[in-house]
Design a protein around this ligand. Structure first.
Ligand SMILES: [Zn+2]
Ligand SMILES: [Zn+2]
Length: 500
């Protein structure tokens, strides 16, 4: 790999190791430990390595050059006399030896980065919130710890502003020479075992679960939230946690904020909160009072009540129309059974079945008594039943909160609980098949729906509708965005704003 550490021009050896080898094996061999680039001592004997008379790079690359007493004189021994220097050599040397002889799991580059980030914070070399490293302090202490001589001998001096240590503690996807990893690890007190075995993660909000701050929820101020997303503010670079509760309440908190009850912003109030809001409104409480109880400003309360009423109103009037239509269908065809009526208007039936089942059962022709026993499956009947379930599943998927999920046959079938039936007998279920064909989304259609959702999201958060923001929230890379998005962007925004 790329490294600024130069290798020795010759093969090297420790005369004391070689004397032992002669005695024990009757011959000599080149030691791996003596050929680490940048390394120049024998850890075992505390001696400086000697240069042999054999060049590391031979002109003939097929030559076999073995060590002999001739090219490696055994009488020239130089001990390291500086004990502090030797102790630094030993701590790094032990690491090299371990890396050469033990098995460690393979880890991706950012794995090591996480360890450094976390330990730099702990040791106050990095800001606990932003993670920004105090480079000057780190450099000073690092040189103080190892001394310039040792770093110089290991070809790892810190000169100027852009030295290897500064690069190593920055966010990077680069690899660094292992000797330098060992230097930094040893300085920060990270053992090889910790480095490879422990998954170090910076936890700015501690361990979960975290508090739900929805005053309308039964579990208010209880530690129930397990869904935490950590991000960084684009402008202030602060670390932001987004806490999403199962009750639908989503809020954010800054990492530096020690008060767990303090939220920066509510991103979503959710169904539970909205229901409570409406209930209090029905009790004729003032907006201000509702806001006080539900921890929101009166304007927010007002917007939610209005939004909810419009939505409910739309749903109710649709139901009235459906009921009337179903009754008039029966008047027009007094002799038809429920199943036959259903075939006449399957969409109407499916809507009522889904939203108004109790009423539907009460206001449909009763099944005739003379029911003949029939073991054969009535596929027409079954088709309609499956269709209703499938339509039910589709609306569940479409109405679910959060990022849109793609409408696929697999997902729909799983939710409807008819997977096996669709896999084996879709051809006997023509209505269901037809419906699925026009409902299942292509990749492109799905991307469009995500874009629309992302725009609505931005609008809800009162954020400007910027192209890159829309794509980021939708989770679509620019090159994958539908071309029309860019072409029609402005008109889409206008349309969207009208709708929202
Ligand atoms: Zn030795
Ligand atoms: Zn909650």
């Amino acid at each position: 790999m790329a490294s600024s550490i130069r290798n020795s021009p010759t093969f090297r050896y420790c005369p004391l190791c070689f004397r032992e080898d002669l005695e024990r094996h009757g011959e000599l061999y080149w030691h791996r430990m003596h050929h680490i680039p940048g390394w120049d001592i024998c850890v075992k004997h505390g001696t400086w390595l000697n240069h042999s008379k054999v060049a590391l790079r031979q002109t003939n690359k097929h030559v076999f050059a073995e060590p002999t007493e001739e090219n490696c004189p055994l009488d020239q021994v130089a001990f390291i006399t500086d004990s502090e220097l030797l102790s630094h050599y030993r701590s790094i040397g032990n690491g090299i030896e371990a890396l050469l002889t033990q098995r460690f799991p393979h880890r991706p580059l950012d794995w090591f980065q996480r360890h450094y980030e976390s330990r730099l914070r702990q040791k106050h070399y990095a800001s606990p919130v932003s993670g920004k490293v105090d480079q000057a302090k780190l450099q000073r202490d690092f040189i103080q710890y190892y001394g310039n001589e040792f770093l110089g001998r290991l070809q790892s001096s810190l000169r100027g502003e852009f030295h290897w240590l500064a690069a190593m503690v920055r966010k990077h996807r680069k690899s660094f020479f292992s000797l330098r990893h060992l230097l930094l690890m040893n300085f920060l007190g990270i053992s090889l075992e910790e480095m490879f075995e422990q998954d170090e993660q910076y936890k700015p909000f501690g361990d979960g679960p975290w508090l739900c701050l929805n005053p309308a929820a039964e579990h208010y101020q209880q530690k129930v939230i397990t869904d935490l997303t950590i991000s960084t503010c684009e402008i202030t670079k602060e670390v932001i946690g987004t806490f999403a509760c199962s009750c639908g309440f989503v809020y954010t908190r800054r990492a530096g904020e020690s008060d767990q009850n303090k939220k920066s912003r509510v991103k979503q109030y959710g169904e539970v909160w909205e229901q409570a809001c409406l209930r209090l409104a029905n009790e004729s409480l003032s907006l201000r009072e509702i806001g006080r109880r539900l921890h929101a400003d009166p304007m927010t309360v007002k917007n939610h009540i209005r939004g909810k009423e419009v939505k409910d109103g739309r749903r109710n009037s649709q139901r009235e129309r459906d009921r009337t239509e179903w009754l008039s269908l029966q008047q027009q065809h007094p002799n038809l059974s429920k199943t036959e009526l259903r075939k006449l208007n399957s969409a109407l039936y499916a809507r009522l079945y889904r939203n108004d089942r109790i009423w539907l059962d009460k206001h449909s022709p009763k099944p005739s008594k003379k029911k003949t026993r029939n073991n054969r499956v009535d596929w027409n009947q079954r088709d309609l039943e499956v269709l209703a379930k499938v339509q039910d599943a589709v609306s569940q998927i479409l109405e679910s909160n959060g990022k849109p999920k793609r409408l696929t046959v697999g997902r729909i079938a799983a939710i409807a609980g008819v997977r096996a039936l669709l896999e084996r007998h879709l051809d006997r279920l023509p209505e269901t098949k037809k419906y699925l064909e026009k409902t299942v989304e292509s990749e492109k259609q799905y991307r469009w729906r995500k874009i629309q959702w992302a725009m609505a999201e931005l609008k809800r958060q009162d954020e400007p509708l910027q192209e890159w923001k829309v794509l980021r929230i939708a989770g679509i890379r620019k090159e994958h965005a539908p071309m029309e998005f860019f072409r029609k962007r402005d008109s889409i925004f206008v349309e969207m704003l009208k709708e929202i």
